[in-house]
Design a protein around this ligand. Sequence first.
Ligand code: ADP
Ligand code: NA
Length: 330
Amino acid sequence: TTKLRVLSGIQPTGDSFHLGNYLGAVRQWVALQDTHETYYCVVDLHAITVEQDPKVLRHRTRLSAAQLLALGVDPDRSALFVQSHVPEHAQLGWVLECQTGFGEASRMTQFKDKASKQGTDRASVGLFTYPVLQAADILLYQANAVPVGEDQRQHLELTRDLAQRFNKRLGKTFTVPEPYIVKGTAKIYDLQDPTSKMSKSASTGNGLIELLEDPKRSAKKIRSAVTDTGREVVFDAENKAGVANLLTIYSALTSRTIAELEAAYEGKGYGDLKKDLAEVLVDFVTPFQAQVQSYMDDVAELDKVLARGAERAREVASRTLAAAYDRIGF
Ligand code: ADP
Ligand code: NA
């Protein structure tokens, strides 16, 4: 096939995806299936850079896969797999670690941020080399494009540097990937603090919509979202960040444009907007939750789907690793 390849991963570090994960990432994964050859993985190797309870990790890995399936990742069109099921990730990771300068790795700002939270002494070496493993994830599939948010740009730069360095030193082995900013990718903000991003780690309580929480709870969070003292429903990210966020979510969950929504709410108030959006959200998460439940009710079948995905991924990954090993002299 001549389709460009895409690789992306999501960490199994929580029980539920949140609305930002879906509207800012997974929805694009689903759309890319129409145009690209897609490889999507649940990155459990990355998850263990911080301590994990084994039972919880296993459960969350399956639950992440179930959520991806329920959101529209199609295992017939995408290779959907668990990272640890494809040992080539760790194998290429080591090779690339040996090509990465210590200083170069030290400059990764995400490590600095995360390590400073735990204390540098307690942070694992795995957390330090995390961006190099991420490079391996991408290069193994000869991915042309990687859907990335702003926060991941520096890691993709490292991936590109490592690919170019290896190719130059040892001969052309890896495709050098480009960042892929998918059109229509929404950035979702905290419902209680609409100037900061909705995030599993930073948002608390009513600011965060978890897709697996009780839909009634989500509806209540929407209805009590922070807005401003005005009354006109117009999109103004600077002066009406809360309303703008609600319109972004509304537009993303329906096929209605922001302009259509503004027109529809002319003469109405924030209360009407919130009430309707709460309903839209409930109508979205209710069947989603039922589907996730049905995947989790048949774990044996889910594991089969993931095993097939891993097999497909390994067809490509093993070829790349063999080429890299050969270049190195193994
Ligand atoms: P979190 O920031 O909650 O820890 P992750 O870092 O695990 O979430 O993000 C997983 C994916 O979801 C990434 O592709 C990230 O860019 C996307 N994402 C996370 N939060 C948001 C958000 N508020 N708006 C848009 N995309 C988001
Ligand atoms: Na994050």
